[in-house]
Design a protein around this ligand. Structure first.
Ligand code: PHE
Length: 451
């Protein structure tokens, strides 16, 4: 199986593709509103600790076993440990990938609509109340949000189907730096708005009393979501990494890129929110309301808005490609399905579930399970339960069952890379990450009363 797999072009290729998966709506759309709802500064500190002490070791564990087995998330466990039920971890990851894409596709569809709205100059002269109205009016319709979602899933399928990942790799290497420059320019405008300091204070001055146990769990869930870990994306991508690429430093670079973009995302949003005088800092509509407001306060805002939403769609696309690749690799490897059939089957399931997620903002907004709409339920359950639990089981597997020698061999590509760093990471994988995730999980169950 290993022989006919494609592979990434060395270390830079790995970092670019995995960072493409990590950087997406999770950074720009999800991070600001989750941080806002959970206390700002204190949440941010806990988040940073989780990214580097837990996220990086989990990502490396995934790369290591994926490359070792040369296989999809389920098959990796099945091949490395044929006995024992570890393959269930892989299977849970594949289900998580499908569920994440189902609600992620809704938001990715919104970004396409916002490209259109930017071109049509729909935001000009609108205050924050009107912008919130525009967002609500659009997302609560039944047809257009669903159409955009389907278009987005179809676009992702096309990329996977024609195997133009290499093309996408090139395109995103060119476009993502442009997105970064745009974001920095928007940040400069955001922090120079009247009242911006209040927003920055919220983000950078930790108020520990505002952080709950549930907030700590959400920080861990957000870290896993944003790094694309705990569900098999990085296992699958690991299987495409060449044997002679040392892994250890790659994950640190990917996590750093991802964190910088999330931080910049928050720096765009909170000062703008303070400028608008809006009280609440929550809800999935947050960036879709604050960003059009800031574009109006920028010279060249019309062009900025179009470019920004366009590049945000591309960033989302490099993430959805990595999501779809998880079930597709599974079906191709395990059921000997053709890539075409596997892609069509996976994307049909995603579109089916995606319709319910999309309609959660309109027709189905009153339909709730455990007090959550289908969209919220998918979002909450995947990030905070499935990815967290998946990450826990992955580090337990690698730390305690896979074998330390093999792990260090993978991290250093047989001794080429930094051995000291690899040894340190193996300790994080064996002790720090499992205990950390375990404590958060138990703590939120017992103290937070979260199911
Ligand atoms: N990390 C992506 C983002 O932040 C989302 C994602 C999660 C992608 C899990 C793949 C796997 O947008």
């Amino acid at each position: 199986m290993k022989e006919n797999r494609g592979s990434f072009s060395g270390k830079l290729g790995v970092v670019a593709v995995a960072a493409g998966s990590a950087v997406g709506l999770g950074n720009i759309w999800r991070f600001p509103y989750i941080a806002g709802e959970n206390g700002g500064g204190a949440f941010l500190i806990v988040y940073l600790i989780f990214v580097f002490l837990i996220g990086v070791p989990v990502m490396l564990s995934e790369f290591a076993i994926g490359r070792r087995a040369g296989c999809n998330a389920y098959g990796t466990f099945k091949r490395l440990s044929p006995k024992g039920g570890w393959w269930l971890v892989g299977l849970m990851g594949i289900i998580a990938a499908i569920m994440i894409f189902s609600f992620y596709g809704t938001v990715a569809g919104w970004t396409l609509e916002y490209v259109k709205k930017s071109i049509c100059n729909d935001f000009v002269g609108q205050d924050d109340a009107a912008l919130a109205q525009i967002f609500g009016d659009f997302t609560s319709q039944p047809v257009m949000p669903t159409v955009w979602m389907i278009i987005f899933v179809a676009l992702t399928s096309l990329v996977i189907l024609f195997g133009v990942e290499k093309g996408i790799e090139k395109v995103s290497k060119l476009l993502m730096p442009i997105l970064l420059v745009l974001i920095i320019a928007i940040c400069v405008r955001a922090v120079t708005l009247p009242n911006a300091s209040k927003g920055l204070e919220f983000l950078f001055k930790p108020d520990w009393s505002s952080l709950t146990f549930k907030g700590v769990l959400m920080a861990l869930g957000q870290a896993a979501f944003s790094l694309s870990i705990g569900m098999g994306t990085m296992i699958t991508y690991g299987s495409y990494i060449k044997k002679d690429t040392p892994l250890a430093s790659t994950a640190i670079e990917i996590a750093t890129c991802d964190t910088v973009v999330a931080l910049l995302g928050a720096i765009m949003v909170f000062p703008t929110l303070a400028f608008l005088g809006a009280e609440s800092a929550g809800g999935p509509g947050l960036v879709f309301i604050t960003l059009p407001a800031i574009f109006q306060a920028m010279p060249g805002g019309y062009i900025f808005a179009i470019l920004f939403f366009l590049l945000l769609s591309v960033a989302a696309l490099t993430s959805t490609i990595s999501l779809l690749e998880v079930p597709v690799a599974f079906l191709v490897d395990e059921f000997k399905m053709s890539r075409k059939k596997a892609t069509l089957l996976s994307s049909s399931v995603i579109i089916f579930l995606g319709v319910f997620c999309t309609l959660s903002f309109g027709l189905l907004s009153d339909f709730t399970i455990f007090g959550k709409t289908i969209f919220d339920l998918f979002d909450y359950t995947t990030a905070n339960i499935m990815l967290t639990f998946g990450a826990l089981l992955i580090v337990i597997y690698v730390g305690w069952f896979f074998g330390r020698k093999k792990f260090i061999e993978e991290l250093t590509a047989g001794g080429k890379g930094n051995v000291k760093l690899a040894k340190f990471i193996s300790i994080l994988v064996k002790f720090v990450a499992p205990v950390g995730i375990g404590l958060v999980a138990i703590g939120s169950l017992v103290i937070g009363g979260i199911v």
